[in-house]
Design a protein. Structure first.
Lengths: 169, 250
């Protein structure tokens, strides 16, 4: 009886609404968001001064604060990336990553609106570039996609193959 | 019998900590949070100390024709007050700067020599951190040691003319010395240059220019400003450049 009841769980009949399918979607969102965070962080973490210059180039934060944010941000990205890829504290990590990404979108949009021509510095480099080489729209769209991944994980943090499921069984 | 065994198992399970042997979530969360914060704080402190060490290395003397820390070098201090100021930000390892020098270097130098503009050069060194070497910093130090002997423009020109084809190859100390010779520094002058270079007499000045330019929002090279207004390099021709200078002359 109980086996039957399980099979007739919520959304049975629709493949897209099966918990297993949703877990897999969660896994994809987690790996996409975590993977990008991890790569972005690793590429910058060995060059804190380049990262600091990239944050300074936005001319949004006071100079010294921008410097420290530049030093710390890559490490935070690596930490969040590792947690998300492993699937540990998925909801909290995704929420923090989402907040970061919204801040990045605001920064990029503001640089665009103010007519600056800078590289977003998302994966290293950063600073002033030729006006024809700016990619503000692409950068914003990419970050919006990642925010959607983060939103999914905050709403439904249960994902397939997550460390937290094994660890806190 | 079997009921008894089930009862016992149930009792054992009830006595065991909740989560049936899984890790304690709060403990793991605390460990992760503490490690993450420690990593970030350590990283920021290490980077900050490294930066401070860079800023205070070498000597603190100002090169000739430089009025203050962070300020550019005035190539022609004798320029009359009615001519526009042309500010130029360059990094000796920047390929786009070498291209600019190839196309407009002679024109800029001639304008300065004829006092048609007041030429102020800000030598940056940020590419060292991107490229993972120290050639921009050493070349800048070398150029300001040449400036002490009134050979800044010549040194600047020689260095860009000999920029390595592959960005990141950098300059050797021997190359930087040979540039001084090409720039016309010889004999006792070369010994003075060498002493100045070896001691990095102007290193704190070099670092101060880098910091000041970042504060001024100059984050790329080459950057040109005519009376404080950015000159668009895209589509710039010797003629349109000369026209802009003429228009800015009072």
């Amino acid at each position: 009886m109980s086996v039957l009841a399980d099979r007739k769980g919520p959304g049975s009949g629709s493949l897209l609404r099966r918990p297993r399918t949703l877990d897999i979607v969660g896994l994809l969102a987690r790996v996409a968001l975590g993977g990008v965070m991890l790569v972005a962080g690793v590429l910058k973490v060995t060059k804190p001064e380049v990262s600091a210059r990239a944050v300074q180039a936005y001319q949004l934060l006071p100079f010294d604060l921008a410097t420290y944010v530049g030093y710390g941000l890559p490490i935070l990205e690596v930490v969040l990336g590792l947690l998300l890829v492993a699937g540990l504290f998925t909801r909290a990590s995704a929420a923090l990553a989402g907040v970061l990404l919204v801040a990045f979108i605001i920064g990029i949009a503001s640089a665009w609106a103010r007519g600056l021509s800078i590289d977003c510095g998302c994966f290293g480099e950063g600073g002033t570039i030729d006006p024809s080489a700016t990619r503000y729209l692409e950068e914003i769209l990419r970050d919006v996609g990642l925010v959607l991944c983060a939103a999914w994980l905050v709403i439904r943090p249960r994902t397939a193959y997550s460390l937290e499921r094994t660890l806190f069984a | 019998m079997s009921t008894k065994a089930t009862d016992r198992r149930a009792k054992i399970e009830a006595a065991a900590p909740k989560g049936r042997g899984g890790a304690n979530k709060i403990v793991v969360a605390t460990i992760v949070a503490v490690l993450a914060i420690a990593a970030i704080v350590t990283g920021v402190i290490v980077a900050d100390q490294g930066k401070k060490a860079d800023l205070t290395a070498g000597g603190s003397s100002l090169p000739k024709n430089v009025s203050a820390m962070g300020a550019g070098l005035v190539v022609n201090p004798s320029a009359p007050s009615n001519v526009p100021t042309l500010d130029l930000w360059e990094d000796f390892q920047c390929p786009a700067c070498a291209s600019f020098e190839g196309a407009f270097g002679k024109q800029v130098n001639d304008m300065a020599k004829a006092n048609e503009v007041k030429l102020v050069v800000h030598v940056l060194s940020f590419l060292d951190k991107n490229l993972g070497n120290d050639s921009s910093n050493r070349a800048a130090n070398a150029a300001f040691c040449a400036a002490d002997q009134d050979r800044f423009l010549e040194y600047h020109e020689t260095t860009f003319a000999n920029q390595p084809e592959q960005e990141g190859t950098g300059y050797t100390d021997a190359q930087l010395k040979s540039f001084a010779q090409t720039a016309g520094i010889t004999g006792a002058g070369l010994d003075t240059w060498q002493k100045c270079y070896d001691a990095r007499e102007h290193n704190q000045y070099v670092e101060s220019v880098q910091t000041q330019s970042a504060k001024d929002g100059v984050n790329g090279t080459p950057t040109l400003k005519l009376n404080g207004q950015a000159v668009q390099l895209q589509g710039l021709t010797p003629q349109s450049f000369a026209d802009q200078v003429k228009a800015a002359t009072q």
